[in-house]
Every structure is written in structure tokens, then in C-alpha cells.
Design a protein around this ligand. Structure first.
Ligand code: AMP
Length: 148
């Protein structure tokens, strides 16, 4: 990619590419794991953001960590799903971006994660940036710059 193309990509912000919060499937910290697994299976996503009651971001939760949690010696102990809550296993060690961050900041963060949460300066959840959104924009820039 040339320096000129890089500059154009740098001008695009995370806010322009993110999926806004109202379109993002999420679970709440106090939900039982049973509800969280239902949301994950029904939505088809492998992980979703976890929010508190005031819509601040707490972390993310995925199917694998839930299934690991209820994995017994010989079977999945599904009865545990209603006893445990999301806050007990939520992954809080995740990177976040602001809407003002550049596409390139997003690209770097997405190398290790399929999606990155976007929050405001007070930690309120604004949406997510996905690998798909970044790849679509990079493809668009590639074709635009190679047909001009
Ligand atoms: P993608 O790059 O579109 O495959 O999305 C990567 C990941 O982002 C998915 O596997 C989900 O974990 C998450 N994701 C994408 N879209 C949504 C959404 N609308 N609501 C919740 N999570 C999503």
C-alpha cells in the first residue's frame, strides 16, 4: 500500500465504520449464563459485548468460555447454566477504541481480536468495530486507488 493510500485510510475514523450500539447483540453482567448462551447461539456470534445496567462496557463473553465453565469430567453440566451469572466469567482484559480513533488504529487492534468495542471517554458503549468492516473499507480503497 502506498503512503498516499495510507493517508486516506488514516482519515477514516472508527465512528464511521463501527456497528452502532443499537444494532449490536449484547448480554448484561447480571444475566444468568443460560441467557447468555441463548443470545450467543441465537445470534450466531461466537462472542458479544457485556454491558452493565447503565450501558457501560464491562468486557466480552464467548461460547467457548461458557462451555469450558460447565465442562464436567464426562459431560457438560448444563444445570450449572442457571446458577452462574455473566459477571463470574466475563473477560474484562480487552482493548477498546474511541469513535475518534483512526481506521489504522482499528486495523492494528483487530489483528488479535475478531471485534473491538468502542466506548466514549466515560466508558459508555458506542458500538463495535469488526474485521469485516475494516476489510470492506480496505478493499474499497484498494479498488478506488487502482482505477483512478
Ligand atoms: P465479522 O468480522 O463480521 O465476522 O464479526 C466478527 C465478530 O464480531 C463476530 O464473530 C461477533 O463476535 C461480533 N459481531 C459482529 N456483528 C455483531 C453484532 N451485530 N452484534 C454482536 N456481535 C457482533
Amino acid at each position: 500500500m502506498s503512503v498516499i493510500q495510507d493517508e486516506k485510510l488514516t482519515a477514516i475514523t472508527v465512528g464511521e465504520l463501527m456497528i452502532p450500539s443499537e444494532k449490536v447483540a449484547h448480554v448484561q453482567v447480571n444475566n444468568p449464563l443460560e441467557h447468555a448462551l441463548l443470545v450467543l447461539v441465537k445470534s450466531g456470534y461466537s462472542a458479544v459485548p457485556v454491558l452493565d445496567a447503565s450501558y457501560k462496557l464491562v468486557g466480552t463473553l464467548g461460547k467457548t468460555i461458557i462451555l469450558n465453565q460447565i465442562l464436567g469430567l464426562e459431560r457438560f453440566e448444563f444445570e450449572k447454566l442457571s446458577d452462574m451469572r455473566v459477571h463470574e466469567i466475563v473477560n474484562t482484559d480487552i482493548p477498546c477504541l474511541s469513535k475518534e480513533a483512526s481506521l489504522l488504529d482499528g486495523l492494528h487492534a483487530l489483528i488479535n481480536y475478531p471485534f473491538i468495542c468502542v466506548t466514549d471517554s466515560d466508558g459508555y458503549f458506542d458500538g463495535i468495530l469488526t474485521r469485516r468492516a475494516i476489510l470492506k473499507q480496505v478493499r474499497k480503497n484498494f479498488y478506488t486507488n487502482n482505477t483512478n
